[in-house]
Ligand binder design. Structure first.
Ligand SMILES: NC(=O)c1ccc[n+]([C@@H]2O[C@H](COP(=O)([O-])OP(=O)(O)OC[C@H]3O[C@@H](n4cnc5c(N)ncnc54)[C@H](OP(=O)(O)O)[C@@H]3O)[C@@H](O)[C@H]2O)c1
Length: 309
């Protein structure tokens, strides 16, 4: 039985990480997936079987006329081509909502469908997905919605059916919001990869992955503090204390074995100074002393990199 707020039969285009999780979650929440279309017919069929969708195929030609919500979950660069191919189909587009799930691209990338009368939008679930992501990963997350009012109404119902929180965005806001989300998720991955690299360069005989294990309790407790309070409250460490000598020792250690990480450290520590100043933890003199050390190291690193070129 479709849920009361159902936008009607749904087609998922792209049986990858997002398409799979959305299809599973929508089905678990009483929505009907009528068709799965993906470049690889076998993958489309696999997902269709998993969610009980009666139609599967590799092209838009299989799209049943009953579809009222097309959810395009293909890589960003493929969205325009998929929209173009769909728009060539004879379909009651004026009764259909077409959405893509990209955080970076705007609804306007679906213009060929808009021109056929579809209501178009971007429907961006702010979460990180792999094909194994469980459907519950959508519960409580924000879904960025941007596009036409008629589409937003359907997208709001769909997000709510997933247990997610719809957040309306303007087209102009999308890149900034996506940048923040990418920093939170992908930036954290890059940060922990740097942590691993710094550990790996030490003589502490840490095998691969051991560095991440070692800092896991630190990361988890920091995250718990951040959930309880602001960054200004959660920040601890040498920058908050104004320990210039310790910051210099970090820079020297990095310069020894991993000099390419000095600019990363100086950029991140400069942000820590800003947080510490906002939190009232540093005097102007302390902040200036820290920034001077960081600037000197950044300039030296830049000059060394220039010399190496
Ligand atoms: N992953 C995330 O964490 C995440 C989070 C939020 C939003 N998004 C957005 O969601 C969208 C999908 O991302 P994803 O991570 O799910 O990508 P993905 O795992 O690479 O899956 C994309 C799927 O689309 C299929 N596909 C590619 N080109 C196609 C075409 N022309 N026609 C039909 N199917 C096609 C792919 O088939 P093949 O396997 O044959 O290539 C694959 O099944 C992107 O816009 C992305 O920005 C991703």
């Amino acid at each position: 039985m479709p849920a009361a707020s159902s936008p009607g039969p749904i087609a998922i285009i792209g049986a990858g990480a997002v398409g799979t999780t959305l299809a599973r979650s929508l089905t678990a929440n009483g929505q009907r997936i009528e068709a799965v279309v993906s470049r690889d017919e076998e993958e489309a069929q696999d997902l269709a079987d998993r969610v009980g969708a009666p139609v599967a195929g590799a092209t838009a030609a299989v799209l049943p006329p009953s579809i009222r919500f097309v959810l395009i979950c293909v890589p960003d660069d493929a969205i325009a081509g998929v929209a173009e191919a769909l728009s060539r189909r004879d379909h009651p587009w004026e009764k259909t909502v077409a959405a893509h799930t990209s955080g970076a691209r705007r609804a306007a990338v679906l213009t060929p469908l808009d021109q056929r009368g579809a209501a178009t939008m971007s429907f961006h679930p702010v979460q990180t997905f792999t094909p194994e992501t469980p459907p519950e990963a959508l519960e409580g997350i924000a879904v960025g919605l941007e596009g036409e009012d008629r589409a937003i109404a359907a997208g709001t119902a769909l997000a709510e059916a997933l247990g997610a929180r719809p957040v309306r965005l303007t087209a102009g806001e999308k890149a900034r919001v996506h940048c923040a989300a990418a920093l939170a998720s992908n930036g954290l991955v890059a940060l922990l990869s740097v942590v691993e690299e710094v550990f790996g360069a030490s003589e502490a005989n840490l095998s691969q992955g051991a560095g991440t294990d070692l800092v896991a309790p630190l990361v988890e407790h920091t995250w718990a503090n951040l959930k309880e309070g602001s960054p200004e409250e959660a920040l601890t460490g040498p920058v908050r204390r104004g320990d210039v000598g310790t910051v210099q020792a970090h820079l020297d250690a990095l310069d020894d074995e991993t000099p390419h990480l000095v600019p990363f450290y100086t950029a991140l520590s400069t942000e820590m100074v800003r947080v510490a100043v906002r939190g009232g933890h540093l005097s102007r003199e302390q902040a200036e002393a820290l920034l001077a050390v960081l600037r000197t190291a950044a300039t030296a690193s830049e000059e060394a990199a220039g010399g190496a070129r």
